[in-house]
Design a protein around this ligand. Structure first.
Ligand code: SF4
Length: 234
């Protein structure tokens, strides 16, 4: 390997390390940290409608998780976000606080969002399930079926430009597929809020909790590449 190649590889490793520790910004020429796009819903304010959904699901007992949760976790962020992150389900920290992605995985997600030159308040962050499965077990099909209408309504109201599905459960549920996340990630798919709606681009990538458990150079590089594709698209 030539000296130039070694330097290039070193630079790329440094960039990627900074990406995951929050010290690096992927700059998108047209990036902006806030100004939301106009709301497509003429007759209703998405912020108000999102709050109504949050109020409803905080009282929800449509599946068994309503009995075991401490707090439901509706999701939070900008009602006019250009990017919506969708994870799997709340964990212990999220259940205790009623907020999404606030534990160790949340810290990593914060770094990823910051690296994209954005803040949490610029994006919307939520999960497929709004209540924590005991012991952080996988969501059950009947729980997903009961809970999914809340997320579908949230996505319809926000109508983002890109959805980032974090992990296999989020990606498979939204894309109605059984393919492994390794095959789904790295390219855009389409998500439809209704049969007549314009599709929203959906990028599957690894869940931050998976990354923390498997913090390899290869896995980090894949997430980094996925996020660069999202920003290039925006
Ligand atoms: S997980 Fe969803 S469907 Fe189940 S109780 Fe919570 S809000 Fe209701």
């Amino acid at each position: 390997m030539s000296e130039t190649d070694v330097k290039k590889v070193n630079d790329q490793h440094m960039e990627m390390d900074n990406f995951f520790t929050g010290g690096f910004t992927i700059r998108n020429p047209d990036s902006q940290t806030s100004p939301p796009g106009p709301c497509d819903t003429e007759t209703s304010d998405p912020a108000v409608e999102l709050e109504k959904i949050a109020d409803e699901l905080r009282k929800c007992c449509k599946c068994g998780l309503g009995e075991t949760r401490t707090n439901a976790v509706p999701g939070e962020g900008n009602p006019n976000a250009r990017i919506v992150f969708v994870g799997e389900a709340p964990g212990a920290d999220e259940d205790a606080q009623g907020r999404p992605f606030v534990g160790r995985a949340g810290k990593l997600l914060d770094n990823i969002i910051a690296a994209c030159d954005l803040q949490r308040t610029d994006v919307f962050i939520c999960n497929i399930l709004k209540c924590r499965p005991p012991g952080n077990r996988d969501p059950r099909p009947e729980e997903i079926i009961s809970c999914l209408p809340y997320l579908q309504k949230q996505l319809e109201l926000i109508n983002p430009e890109v959805i980032i599905a974090l992990g296999a459960h989020a990606a498979r549920t939204l894309l109605k597929t059984k393919q492994p996340i390794g095959q789904l990630r790295g390219r855009f798919h389409e998500y439809y809020t209704s049969e007549t709606a314009t599709p929203i681009k959906l990028m599957p990538t690894y869940h931050p909790a998976y990354l923390l458990r498997n913090y390899s150079h290869d896995n980090r590089k894949k997430v980094w590449e996925d996020m660069k594709k999202v920003l290039a698209e925006l």
